[in-house]
Design a protein around this ligand. Structure first.
Ligand code: SF4
Length: 90
């Protein structure tokens, strides 16, 4: 699923991760934890790519500074259907 540029069009929980820059210690602990590669460091603060975040919450439970929370999306995203032939099974 990481091969899709906008993963939340394929699957989402309709929540997304939000980082509190005041609380973020820049430890990068949860960058490795995110299976969607939605997290990166910008100016020593973690940043969430909202096109990739599926709102799974793994980063919330991993952050040692409690700097990240899930928020409900204002507009619900309904993942589009994918034809099986479009999925690379290799
Ligand atoms: S909620 Fe899940 S997908 Fe979104 S940034 Fe956190 S670990 Fe990644």
């Amino acid at each position: 699923m990481k091969k899709f540029p906008r993963q939340n069009e394929v699957y989402t929980s309709n929540y997304f991760a939000v980082v509190d820059p005041e609380e973020c210690a820049g430890c990068e602990t949860w960058i490795d934890r995110c299976q969607m590669e939605a997290l990166s460091m910008v100016d020593e603060v973690s940043k969430v790519d909202l096109d990739r975040c599926i709102g799974c919450g793994l980063c919330v439970t991993t952050c040692p500074s409690d700097a990240i929370q899930l928020q409900k999306r204002e507009k619900e995203i309904v993942p589009r259907r994918i034809r099986p032939t479009f999925i690379n099974r290799s």
